[in-house]
Write a protein that binds this ligand. Structure first.
Ligand SMILES: NC(=O)C1=CN([C@@H]2O[C@H](COP(=O)(O)OP(=O)(O)OC[C@H]3O[C@@H](n4cnc5c(N)ncnc54)[C@H](OP(=O)(O)O)[C@@H]3O)[C@@H](O)[C@H]2O)C=CC1
Ligand SMILES: CC(C)(CO)C(=O)C(=O)O
Length: 309
């Protein structure tokens, strides 16, 4: 095994998990779907400030983490967080694995953390936080990790990465290495940039999108604009990405997309990292993305209504 520490944002959540444990339920398609068990685990829990202070205080870098799995939304990746990560990643060879959807965060993190310590993860696993100490594994998937600069062999030979893969495998998760993680990131980015904004604006579940003739047209238009940009940037996409996208709608038909959940809870969405991420990459190219631009501004208008309340 490995020593694992869970880091929460608030002290309240850390205390709750220390007192009551972390409840883990398995949804219908989860790894542990045989009996829909509820597992209770009692990890070591620190809040963000505690973790940052304890890393600052450490003199021997051997006591610092080997690997940090960053599973926050893009909206939580701030300069302050990146600076704190830098302090926690002083152990030579340690790695930060970034699980976010969307793009833009790696550029921010690279301003603080050397590129060779950053790994990008793309996952199709599904998780849903029901309460501050209850999480459901809503769907089985696959996780890809990589970094396009080092190449697959270097990652494959990395002892830490090997150990991480084994630990994940033993826990029931499949982790593969990718020699083109940018392509994996963009496949997911285009899927999210089609499904998330439309579901969030129309307030419908994923399954309805391809069923409504008008939203089907909108989906295809957003998809085609995204493909044009990827072509312009020489980013390889899966040849059957459109079919994959329709399949995601079918497989997650009853899900509310993460962006719809954010809108319903009046939380800031990942619009800047998903649709905004595409628009930022299109700037300075010949590609125009009028439909993504409209979706971006519609979502910002929704968010700005709460910001001004
Ligand atoms: N959920 C899923 O199935 C999938 C999610 N993703 C991507 O993964 C990322 C995370 O998504 P998801 O887990 O759903 O998001 P959630 O909002 O459910 O969870 C993120 C957690 O991060 C916590 N957090 C925020 N800031 C800090 C901090 N500084 N220190 C410690 N904890 C912090 C939040 O705490 P608090 O609630 O207190 O703010 C929250 O509990 C997103 O980019 C998403 O797009 C990718 C694939 C699948
Ligand atoms: C694939 C999809 C759209 C599934 O709901 C998702 O990743 C999300 O909701 O953010």
């Amino acid at each position: 095994g490995a020593n694992v520490e869970l880091v929460t944002r608030t002290i309240g959540q850390a205390q709750l998990i220390r007192e009551q444990g972390l409840l883990f339920t398995a949804g219908a398609e989860s790894v542990n779907n045989s009996n829909k068990d509820i597992f209770k685990v009692t990890p070591v829990v620190l809040c963000f400030e505690e973790a940052a202070a304890s890393a600052e205080a450490v003199k021997e870098t051997a006591e610092l983490p080997d690997m940090i799995l960053l599973m926050l939304k893009q909206t939580s990746i701030t300069e302050e967080l990146a600076a704190a990560m830098k302090v926690q990643l002083r152990k030579p060879g340690s790695k930060l694995v970034c699980f976010q959807n969307g793009i833009g965060h790696i550029e921010l993190l690279q301003r603080y953390i050397p590129q060779e310590q950053l790994l990008v993860a793309v996952t199709t696993e599904g998780a849903l936080k029901h309460s501050p100490h209850h999480v459901e594994h809503t769907g089985r998937g696959m996780t890809w990790i990589g970094d396009d600069k080092s190449g697959i062999q270097a990652i494959n030979d990395n002892t830490l990465v090997k150990k991480f893969k084994k630990l994940m495998f033993d826990a029931g998760f499949t982790v593969n290495l990718s020699n083109n993680i940018t392509s994996k990131v963009w496949n997911k980015l285009l899927i999210n940039a089609v499904i998330n904004p439309i579901t969030a604006i129309l307030q419908v579940r994923n399954g309805l999108l391809p069923e409504l003739p008008a939203s089907y047209v909108l989906m295809r238009t957003l998809f085609d604009e995204g493909v044009m940009l990827a072509d312009e940037l020489d980013i390889e996409l899966a040849p059957d990405l459109w079919e994959q996208l329709l399949d995601v709608c079918r497989r997650t038909a009853n899900n509310q997309s993460s962006m719809l959940q954010d809108v319903l809870s009046k939380r800031q969405t990942e619009n800047d990292a998903i649709t905004g991420g595409l628009l930022a990459r299109a700037r300075g190219t010949e590609v125009v993305m009028p439909t993504h631009n409209t979706m971006y501004h519609l979502l910002r208008s929704i968010e700005q209504q709460w910001e001004t309340i």
